[in-house]
Design a protein. Structure first.
Length: 49
């Protein structure tokens, strides 16, 4: 699980990946801020350790 968390953190830290996610507003069916979604995903993964 630690490796999964590292990989997700690395992906979420990638500038190009973040920009692509932020630009895909029309696909944000949950209507959540991208930064908030990333934080929630990471928090969830941290509980799985």
């Amino acid at each position: 699980m630690d490796e999964v968390l590292k990989r997700v953190n690395r992906a979420f830290s990638d500038r190009l990946y973040r920009r692509n996610i932020e630009r895909s507003r029309r696909h944000n069916w949950l209507d959540i801020d991208v930064e908030d979604a990333f934080k929630k995903i990471i928090a969830f993964l941290e509980t799985m350790k």
